[in-house]
Design a protein around this ligand. Structure first.
Ligand SMILES: *[C@@H]1O[C@H](CO)[C@@H](O)[C@H](O)[C@H]1NC(C)=O
Ligand SMILES: *[C@@H]1O[C@H](CO)[C@@H](O)[C@H](O)[C@H]1NC(C)=O
Ligand SMILES: *[C@@H]1O[C@H](CO)[C@@H](O)[C@H](O)[C@H]1NC(C)=O
Ligand SMILES: *[C@@H]1O[C@H](CO)[C@@H](O)[C@H](O)[C@H]1NC(C)=O
Ligand SMILES: *[C@@H]1O[C@H](CO)[C@@H](O)[C@H](O)[C@H]1NC(C)=O
Length: 345
């Protein structure tokens, strides 16, 4: 139940002079487990893919796949993304002093930077100047050394990777002047009630600068805890690359079952064939039997000690969809991912 999420609102003074208060959704946490989350980020200037990735210290490939950009595009890491482009940034959400927070981002100051320009422009309001000041114990913000490495604490929530018992990944969204809660709900295909529940809001009133947690439907993995990609969660309409860039896992559009197959970039990878079978990762075969239709699939089970784990499973369904139909569905999913990518590029 959303109300049991024990979300609390805290007031943060983002502008000491005007005393403008912004709200931010805080998720209490108890253990040290980290989880995956997203930031809604609008580019402040033209930047290369690799530059945006280094701003958040994330893998450029992860940035591209999260935004459904085709990574087989030539020289894609040097592609220039235009100012004002909206991106989803995949981050690791930790548990620090009892609340969910991302603390893995560091920013190296450049001449003419101020705490406000770093907070409001470069990190697009996802952090405030005061939060950077506090996180780095800065006494006098008017003297920033060029080349100084600053911790940039960023907002994130995970809520156990679920929303109303369905798998979800949470996007930290900075409210803009023109936004209404209803419009945000519509844009992310959720409801006003759900957004209010998730963010523990008593009313639908929002203000520019508030940071909301927006649940996005996602496909969850069920890899064992000892897998290095344990907890992989992929938002609907995008994909992720795992297992040292060997495996590609996509989500949607037809259903929310994570679908993994060998990645197009795969070069030197351990075997992606299911044991005791000639099926490769992602392969599905259907066999008509007297009892119905025997569907066998070879699926990805996580990356363990440099080994790609595979699972062969068979289930019986009453009616055969036909082998070509199953393959068509998967091909269509991959094609959708790629064509979205080209729209962005
Ligand atoms: C988190 O979700 C899992 C299923 O994904 C469930 O088994 C578990 O009870 C949930 N934990 C909490 C604290 O809600
Ligand atoms: C996933 O995305 C597709 C394409 O945008 C959409 O048609 C579908 O309804 C989405 N699924 C869910 C569960 O939101
Ligand atoms: C199995 O998967 C591989 C790699 O994705 C693909 O090339 C091959 O066509 C698939 N075979 C079947 C029978 O689906
Ligand atoms: C499905 O087919 C596989 C391989 O042909 C076979 O081992 C298995 O027993 C079959 N399962 C059912 C439920 O028919
Ligand atoms: C991974 O490898 C290490 C060292 O080789 C071993 O101790 C550990 O048990 C392995 N883990 C798994 C899950 O196989």
């Amino acid at each position: 139940m959303p109300s049991s999420k024990s979300v609390t609102f805290i007031l943060i003074f983002i502008n000491a002079v005007a005393l403008v208060t912004s709200k931010s959704t805080i998720e209490p946490c108890t253990n040290s487990d980290s989880c995956n989350a997203l930031l809604a980020y609008t580019l402040y200037t033209d930047l290369k893919v690799s530059e945006v990735a280094s701003l958040f210290q994330i893998d450029p490939i992860a940035l591209l796949t999260t935004n459904a950009i085709d990574i087989s595009y030539p020289d894609v890491e040097n592609h220039i993304l235009p100012s004002q482009l909206f991106l989803k940034i995949p981050i690791t959400c930790s548990c620090v002093d009892g609340i969910r927070k991302s603390v893995s981002t560091h920013y190296k100051t450049r001449p003419s930077d101020t705490l406000s320009s770093i907070a409001d422009s470069i990190y697009a309001g996802l952090v405030s100047a005061d939060q950077i000041k506090e996180a780095n114990s800065i006494d006098d913000p008017s003297v920033l050394d060029v080349g100084q490495s600053l911790v940039v604490p960023l907002p994130c929530t995970c809520f156990n990777g679920t929303d109303n018992s369905l798998p979800a990944i949470y996007l930290s969204y900075v409210v803009k002047e023109v936004d209404t809660l209803a419009a945000i709900a519509a844009r992310y295909e959720t409801t006003l009630t759900d957004l209010m529940n998730v963010n523990a809001m008593g009313s639908a009133a929002i203000k520019a600068g508030d940071i909301l947690a927006v649940p996005l439907p996602a496909c969850a993995s069920k890899f064992p805890r000892y897998a290095s990609d344990f907890g992989l969660i992929v938002p609907n309409g995008s994909y992720a690359i795992s297992a040292s860039h060997c495996v590609q896992c996509s989500c949607g559009p037809g259903n929310l079952n994570l679908y993994c197959m060998p990645a197009s970039l795969a070069v030197s990878c351990s075997s992606m064939q299911c044991r005791n079978s000639n099926l490769m990762l992602g392969n599905v075969t259907v066999q008509q039997s007297s009892a119905g239709c025997n569907v066998t699939s070879c699926s990805y089970g996580g990356y363990v000690n440099g080994t790609i784990m595979t699972t062969l499973s068979t289930y019986l369904q009453p009616r055969c969809p036909g082998k070509s139909l199953i393959n068509d569905i998967h091909l269509w999913e991959i094609e959708i991912v790629h064509s979205w990518g080209h729209e962005i590029l």
